[in-house]
Each structure stands twice: as C-alpha cells, then as structure tokens.
Design a binder for this molecule. Structure first.
Ligand code: GBH
Length: 479
C-alpha cells in the first residue's frame, strides 16, 4: 500500500512539510552589495577543485530572484522552508565590527515574504561558507572561531529572532570537518589526515554550544524558539552480519560519523568511547600526537544538552566491513578501521554515493530515538539526484519521495519516533559543491544556461505537492 492510500492520519497535524536550500548553493551575488568572500568563493575560484571549474558566483541568483523561489515554495504548498544565511554577506570580515545592512535587508525581505505567505522559515546560520577573513586566521581549526561564531549567532538572533523560531547553528559538521580538513574535497581544501578534522570538529561543537547558550540565556525567554544543529548520518549494517569483526566495525563506523557529534550533544557530553579508545590506542602504538582528539573541559560552556531537537540529514545507507590500517599512516579512516561499501541489491541514483534505501531512514530514526533519549526529530534534508540529460518527467524521484515518506510514517506510527517534519533536498537544482551543476537535486529544474535561470517544476515537484496536500488536508480534517 502506498502512502497515498492511507486513510488514517499518520503524520501529526502540525507536521512540517518543507524543502531546503543553502545560501552559497543558490544565492549567487558572490561580491554584490559589499558581501565579503567566503571559503567557497576562494575554493571554487581555484583550478581543479570543482567539476569543470564551475562556481556559485551566479548559481540560481536567488539574491536577485528571490521572488521566483517564493513562487516555487507556494506552488509546492510547503508549510516550512529551510534556508541558510551567508555569514560573509551579513558580516563581510566575519566579525560584528561591520554589519552589512544590505545583507540584513535581503534576509529581512525573505523572512517577511515567507511569513506573509504562511510559510515558516527554518534558518541555518552556517552551511559550509565560512568568511574567508576567518579562514585566514585558521578557520575552524582556530580556537577563536567559537567567539566569532557566537557573536554572529547573537547578531542573527537579535536581528531575525522576532520572526524566526527554528534555528540550526551548523550544517553537517562531519562533512565540513572530514571533506574540508581531511580529504580536501570541500572548502577550505585542507588535507591534513588524522589531525585537522578532529580539531575542526571540536571547534564546531564549541561554537555550536556557545550559540545555544547565548540563545538560551538572552533570547529564549522572549522569542521562545528552538535551536539545534543538523547532523548527517548514513545508516550502516555489517557487510557480513555473522562476522563479529564486521559488527564491531559497523559500531565504529556509526561512532565516527553520527556519533562524533551526536554523542557530545545528545548522549554523554564526550566523543563516543570507541572513538576515544581507537584514537588513543593508535597514538600510543604508533607515536602519533597524543592530543589529536581534543578534550572537553569544564571551564568552557557545556556541550551536552545544547540541542532542543534532533535535526537529521539522511541520504543513504552503507554496508561496513573491518579493515586494518597500515601502520604509520595517520588518517581518519585508519583510526576508524572500518570501510563502507554498497550493497549490490540497492539501486543507486545518479551519483555513485547515493544508494536508495528508504527503510534505512526508518532504522536510523529508531536508532536515534533509542540512543539520544527520544528527541523530537526533524528530517532537515533528504533527496534524490539526477545527473546527465535532464528529464522533467522524473517519476523515479516522485516514487522515491513516496517510498521514503511511507518509511517515515512507519517510524512515527509503528516505532513511536517523534518525527516533527521533513525537508526535501532541494527546492531547486543548485550548486552541488564539488560536483558543480552536474548533479541536480531539485523539485524544480533550473535552466542554468538561460539568463533568467528559469525555474520549472519537475514531475517530482507535483508528486511532492500531492503528498503534502493529501496529508495536510487529511490531518486538517482530523484536527
Ligand atoms: C548535504 O551534504 C548538504 O547539506 C547539501 O548542501 C548537499 O547539497 C546535499 O547533501 C547533497 O549532497 O563520495 O566523494 O562523491 C551531504 C554531503 C557531500 C554527501 C558529498 C556526499 C559525496 C562525496 N555530501 N558527498 S564523494
């Protein structure tokens, strides 16, 4: 039975039906109106970092074409829209010494237009685009970045918090730490295996915690909003479920991905025990620096409990097997001693990394319920990519959303998971980071060759709108 046939009200009446974007991926206007540079401006302007040397200089030009985006949002019938703010558009040098009023005006208009259209904004403060001026001081590996982030967050809460009630501080610190500082595939393009990723991750947690505490003390009493951070996580299962090595490797894999950030914030206040023991054992055995995985100190604001809900970005699932690391090579993968592979029975959509496994989401939701003290959960990203020739009749993607939301409804109804909302990635095709414009995640097609950057609804956009309408009106009837 498909989700469309369900008579009963499976989603809560106030379930958030959303779509998501991020500033650098859609805005363009990279140097318009006094915007400062971000690390993605720098990184994408370098040679050989992005597919065909593309950049987000123009992207969907949402800085100018916001009203087109709003039309798309309304056409889908979204109740919520997740967007991010460009730190360096608001604070060109990353600090509050100079606030760029034109940036403030832009986001005020976006937020006000959403509210006027009865759409609830969900605002991410940081989605991969650190001000270059802060990178020049060491970026996320520099301890002072937490002060700068706190000041930026306070400015945003003060400026927009009278209208924004749902905040995300950081998007996917795992990706920023690992791809940005271990692999060098994302900005800032640092390749410093086994060291910088942990340091960057630690400072991101410190920064997040500062922002949450600032909100809690200064703004929550009046604004009554909620603050969290968006964590990405694949669901993982052992390649060979009968192999104790693979089972243990799967636990390590989960600890070194979702657990890296979920454990300090939701579970224990520290990194997962397996992560600590793996890294410490390797430091000892191989003479690596002993302080590779930083320590949480109690002279700093506490990290445990600094999220008012769980925000999950889920895309795919993995099979995991144990690998032993070659001695003497310092690396994240070496520390983890776990390797992920695709299950040949899973269909892969577009990009090689995206195996389509909707029931992996259901299992991951249950896992989060069980390990993170039954938090309220928003699925802040989930989506399906298209590559190559554009197909506006993308019935596969519509089916994907249908199948996935059926699994979410089972998590709610059968597993008792408190899922509060779902955000499709993405509202429209956009700059897909290192893959440039070659990978299309949109519910709307964007014609990047056309000067107007025309947005056209895919068939999957109609399908998603239908799902929303059906569930929304059903729940309205039941209310
Ligand atoms: C999310 O990142 C982001 O929040 C969003 O901005 C992005 O557009 C969306 O997902 C889709 O990717 O195997 O070397 O090709 C998810 C992080 C980063 C996961 C790139 C897959 C592929 C690396 N994604 N990664 S590779």
């Amino acid at each position: 039975m498909s989700i469309c046939d369900k008579r009963e009200n499976v989603f809560p009446h106030d379930f958030a039906w959303g779509a998501a974007t991020s500033a650098y991926q859609i805005e363009g206007g990279w140097n318009a109106d006094d915007k400062g540079l971000s690390i993605w401006d720098t990184f994408s302007h370098g040679k050989g970092t992005v597919f065909e040397d593309q950049s987000g200089d123009v992207a969907c030009n949402s800085y100018t074409l916001w009203e087109e985006d709003l039309r798309c949002i309304k056409q889908l019938g979204l109740t919520h829209y997740r967007m991010s703010l460009s730190w360096s558009r608001l604070l060109p040098d990353g600090t509050t010494r100079h606030v760029n009023q034109k940036g403030v005006n832009y986001y005020n208009k976006v937020i006000n237009d959403l509210l006027a259209g009865n759409v609830t904004p969900v605002v991410t403060l940081y989605h991969f685009d650190l001000p270059q001026a802060l990178q020049d001081r060491g970026g996320w590996t520099w301890a002072g970045v937490a002060d700068a982030f706190e000041a930026y967050a306070v400015l945003c809460f003060r400026t927009f918090g009278d209208r924004v009630r749902l905040w995300l501080t950081l998007n996917e610190p795992y990706i920023c730490a690992k791809l940005g500082h271990e692999d060098g595939l994302f900005a800032p393009g640092v390749r410093d295996p086994g060291v910088s990723a942990y340091r960057a991750g630690h400072n991101m947690l410190r920064a997040h915690a500062r922002a949450w505490h600032a909100y809690d003390a200064l703004f929550r009493p009046e604004q009554e909003g909620l603050v969290s951070l968006a964590l990405n996580g694949d669901w993982a299962e052992p390649l060979d479920p009968r192999s104790p090595q693979d089972v243990a490797a799967t636990e390590r894999y989960m600890a070194f991905t979702l657990g890296w950030f979920a454990s300090p914030v939701f579970m224990t206040g520290d990194y997962p025990a397996t992560m600590r023991s793996q890294i410490e054992a390797r430091n000892l055995a191989q003479g690596f620096p002993r302080d590779r995985l930083p320590v949480f100190v109690d002279t700093e604001p506490r990290v445990l409990g600094t999220a008012d809900f769980f925000a999950l970005n889920y895309y795919t699932s993995r099979r995991v097997r144990a690998v032993s690391s070659p001695p003497g090579t310092l690396s994240f993968k070496g520390d983890r001693e776990a390797e992920d592979v695709l299950d040949p029975s899973w269909p892969v959509c577009g990009v090689p990394w995206l195996a389509v496994v909707p029931d992996g989401l259901r299992k991951l939701l249950k896992y989060i319920k069980d390990t993170c003290q039954e938090p309220a959960i928003y699925i802040t990203e989930n989506g399906f990519a298209q590559v190559g020739a554009v197909d506006l009749e993308d019935s596969q993607r519509g089916q994907f959303y249908q199948d996935t939301l059926l699994e979410v409804s089972k998590a709610v109804r059968e597993d008792g998971v408190n899922v509060r909302g779902y955000f499709a990635w993405s509202l429209m095709d956009n700059f897909e980071w290192a893959d440039g414009f070659s990978v299309r995640f949109g519910l709307f097609h964007v014609d990047f060759a056309h000067p107007q950057l025309t947005r056209t609804m895919y068939r999957s956009g109609r399908d998603y709108a239908d799902i929303i309408k059906r569930n929304y009106s059903q729940s309205a009837m039941k209310k």
